[in-house]
Design a protein around this ligand. Sequence first.
Ligand code: ATP
Length: 489
Amino acid sequence: MSNSEETRVQHVSLPPDKVMHKLVSLAKRRGFVFPSSEIYGGLSSCFDYGPLGSEMKKNIKDLWWNAMTRRHANIVGIDASIMMNPTVWEASGHVASFNDPMIDDRTTKRRYRADHLIENHIEKLRREGKTDKAAAVLAVYEAAAGSPDPNRALHELIVAEAIKAPDTGSGDWTEVRQFNLMFQCNMGAVADTSGIVYLRPETAQGIFVNFHNVREASRMKVPFGIAQIGKAFRNEIVKGNFIFRMVEFEQMEMQYFVKPGTQLEAFEAWRQERFSWYVEELGINAGKLHWYKHDKLAHYADLAYDIKFEFPFGIEEIEGIHSRTDFDLSQHQQYSGKNMEYVDQTTNERYTPYVVETSSGSDRLFLALLSDAYSEDVVDGEPRVMLKLSPKVAPVKAAILPLMKKGEMGEKAGMLRDELSRAFLVQYDDAASIGKRYRRQDEIGTPFCITVDHQSIEDQSVTVRFRDTAAQERIDMSKAKEFLAAKLV
Ligand code: ATP
């Protein structure tokens, strides 16, 4: 890129609080995300993906699926059902303890997760260098879980630390109460307790219960992994922030079964691999990704980290990487009465495998990618909005723009569209000035605009205009497909 091209583009810096507002509006206007059942006033925390959104989400899921099942010969995929035998959720511990501790602010009538308030407070103390104080608060927090009245203990800690609501600064707290997050429904004609089934709150259990089915069908040997992408449902009490926290969302989970004693090594390898996936495969700005080590582990875990992303509204989890021990397989063995052990055919060792899981949400990731990509700048004196999405993630890979609608230019452009659209999602646009057409594509993140002009008729060449720099390059029309393919590997 020459200097003159660089100076054509002037970046505009945006305050983070403005970005969400602009993103939500762009998402609706350009068909990424709509509020669900909008004509009826919508439904809290439910959203629909529009034409471009569903393409982009599919790209994210395909990239994840390929990173798991194509790049690893020892990982296979499944697609389990959303509703499962209800005993699954007793065994997994969800019926008894998939609860969130909630606290209300009497003044603002807003509801918060009590555990999140405390964890954020500990993080803040650490950032301020008050490490002794942070450790003391953490000790009380950890002890709260084992106290005779954990809700009261959490409440007392919040009050003693004078923790305020992050968004309003108010702190007129009620008692802490537990809410179970599982959605119940009734199967069959009779609405009594015998027909209660749950909408799965995570995809992981569909994998655990299929451990032996998959192992036998695919002749897998430990260590091996099972990957799955699917819907999960949680009756989240605290909602908001667009698609960040939804009641119906999609998870991309992989459970990796290992020999006990080797889990920490596997954990470390997955931790590295997952972080680089976001940066190298999806093009997320590494500076916006953060590690968070769980101080307070779930009862089944012996190590847990989250990958967090700097959303415009704060630093929040996008993926959890958990070392889950043999908890899940052992529980299913106990509740089902079926042996869940693995026998190593070469050594004849028999054991219940340990599990390292990587668990991310495609909707949250979608939002992270959109907010990372959103930018405004001025090109040749003209302001523009742009989604700086990586070509792999961008919904539309290229736009075909004939300089003139009719005649040979239109014909050539039509032929190019037919050829490229066999392999990629491309858009054909012959309406309005070329400048306007570029802007339309920049706003939806299309990385390349291919223009068919007068010269194309003479020498079969086209110009490729690069979204980020607005720089142009002339290529042979017959090489357009190859050119795009090279950008997408
Ligand atoms: P949080 O603490 O934010 O509620 P979590 O720790 O409960 O998240 P996990 O159970 O580890 O989340 O789920 C794994 C991933 O699933 C999360 O990292 C996130 O990307 C996604 N996820 C979880 N809950 C939701 C939700 N309500 N809406 C959208 N995505 C979600």
